[in-house]
Write a protein that binds this ligand. Sequence first.
Ligand code: XIL
Length: 430
Amino acid sequence: MTGKAHLTRRQFEKAVLTAGVAAALPGWLRASDELPADPTPYLNVTGADSLRAHATARKLLYGAAVNPALLDLEAITAGAPTNGYTQLIQSQAAIVVAENAMKWAGLRPTFDTFDFTLADRLMRFAQLAGQQVRGHNLCWHEGLPSWFKNSVTKDNARQLLVQHIQAVGGRYRGQIHSWDVVNEAVDPKDSRPDGLRNSPWLQLAGPDYIELAFHTAAQADPQAKLTYNDYGIELDTPEQSVKRGQVLLLVRRLKARGVPIHALGVQSHLQADGPQPGAGLVTLIRECAKLGLEVYVTEMDVNTHSLPGGPEAQDAAVAQVYRNYLGMVLAEPNVPVALTWGISSAHTWLNGSQEPWAKRPDGARQRPLPFDDELKPTPAFLAIRAAIDAARVSATQPAQPGAAPGDLYKPFAVPGSPNPQPAPRGPGVR
Ligand code: XIL
């Protein structure tokens, strides 16, 4: 590294903030104009007005999933103006996560080679921007490389998982805020008494692959908060209530067995219409607090694929969901971190997907995030910022060693949900 080509962190922050302010639209509302229905185009969103600054003032971390390939590291190190995407990530996020670059498929082109180019790029950017980094993820049934299917067997799966976690966790040891050690391991539809998804990992490595992954991650990076991350546990619908209960049983089981786990990640891919999150999720967050676990909002966005109306209707509904959801979860003292899955509709996975759950019948693009296709703030930006301002200052509850092991297996009842499943017990059930 040559000293000349690289800015110090302070120089970088100053350069980006200056560029951001220069590019921003006029500060505050223009007095001479009539007040527009949507004031967001006239807002200043950088510096002290950013989500990053507002969250930091409340001792919270706001952040976003990013594509490291789009981060203009070369311009930064040359001291040149950066692109709008880079400015937005730097100015808004205090914590970043790679949307895809740290998944198995992103890191392992072949069975025995690693390519850390994009992951390292993200780490370098975050270091220059003074941001923390979430690691996503070390073990998932998706995002696997194409060679996985024909090369991983019952004979080598456990060893491969351990080596992967040692290599990746070890490479970034001491630099990761939290690792999603295991992602989406619960699926009630697979009808196992332990609630676990019948995934390739479960089939090839056995149901205790989860414990193996957490123990290995703790050795590889003792400072990272080790997280179990899942989706479909936010709503009070019968289906999500059952899954939420099984996720809670899983984390209780892990705690009861002394597995190093520090947080639950609630992905929070929400819908603008239909049932909304409520009491069941709050109960889950409080049950986690009793176990000494933090809860992170890890992948929030608001899907409008089935919401009728134009962009204004989408924007209003999306903002309302952010307001209600973050208002609810950030009131809990063990929720110190919230990330959106992307920063703008220009790059969201919802606009990149042809799936029926992402495509709007009118063909219009979705607007699920705090910035739009032109990187201008949406009403969701204001909703997120207001929810952050209203949040309870986070103070994670200490672990409660007094909890009796029997308590850890109590059924998890949510008002209005179907009868709780009896807690799985006995030999063979982990
Ligand atoms: C998604 C990415 O956003 C897409 O670009 C990719 O094609 C598939 O994965 N839950 C997760 C994330 O944990 O890793 C997923 O990310 C979204 C759902």
